[in-house]
Design a binder for this molecule. Sequence first.
Ligand SMILES: Nc1ncnc2c1ncn2[C@@H]1O[C@H](COP(=O)(O)OP(=O)(O)O)[C@@H](O)[C@H]1O
Ligand SMILES: [Mg+2]
Length: 334
Amino acid sequence: MNDNERLIGESPEFSALLEQTSTIAPLHKPVLVVGERGTGKEGIASRLHFLSNRWEGQFIKLNCAAISDSLLESELFGHEAGAFTGASKVHHGRFERAHGGTLFLDELANTSMLVQEKILRVIEYGEFERVGGSKTIKCDVRLVAATNEDLPTLARQGNFRADLLDRLAFDVLTIPPLRHRTDDILLLAEHFAVTMTKELERAVFSGFSPEAEQTLKQHPWPGNVRELKNAVERAVYRMIEDEPIDEIILDPFESPYRPSRLDAKHDPVTAQRLIFPMQLKQDTREREIAIIEAALEAAKYNQRDAADKRGLTYHQLRGYLKKYNLVGERSSEE
Ligand SMILES: Nc1ncnc2c1ncn2[C@@H]1O[C@H](COP(=O)(O)OP(=O)(O)O)[C@@H](O)[C@H]1O
Ligand SMILES: [Mg+2]
């Protein structure tokens, strides 16, 4: 782990998590890392690897939400030459490449039932077949999976395999959101500020003004450490040399000229006075539909991207689409 990957945090909540991580790291058991977006799931996965006796082996990562189901299958398990059009050579999947090491699967909830079944088999028996092949391949891999979804709920709804969940949930590391460990905010902010100052080859970082510290401590950080890192780095590149940072811009989109379909001043829905609860309900409905439609359009009807843009989980977005019957032919899951 280099210095950039060092996990910062001294709050009791974060220290307890680090301790739990160290305790489970040496075991050859799958681990599930749960946390809101931006809480640092990858850092915890990497710690699990480097504190295990596999630390000299490979630490292989894959984000399951980044690619389509069929591609995911061949990324994970590889494929034989000629398995499908364009598969000219044999391809070694992530499980094969992680042999003797650790495989980190980020956003595991975004996998199909078929892929989940194959993953379960690797965990249980340490074997799998490449796509388009019949030869059984053995591998010794420690699986670490991450998600920001509530997998027990998804399993109850039939959207995640319960047997895989049982196997993964030997132990679950849940990362507390930043708003539940406010003691860590300034520590992290200083760390990101110093690193960014070095990166920009500026001479010194002169600290935060009391107002800036106040802003940092009071913001709820829905995007957690990733959001904090962005805000701090933005402040550092704008800072005046030798002066403490005075202003933290939490929303870089904020501007009097911000174009928006939902511009509050011009939006007839919000401009109207809301009188009756019935009207409020109707207005909420219209606003929610407008927001979801705008997000879908901006994401070229890719539902996962659209959900991300609005800070929703994929399943929350699907909930809205169903609620308002917006499941049109144009939206796609990929
Ligand atoms: N405790 C921490 N100390 C230092 N950096 C952190 C910490 N937690 C998260 N980060 C940083 O925040 C960013 C988001 O972390 P990441 O692991 O990608 O989050 P996610 O939980 O969404 O996968 C990364 O740049 C990571 O290095
Ligand atoms: Mg991640």
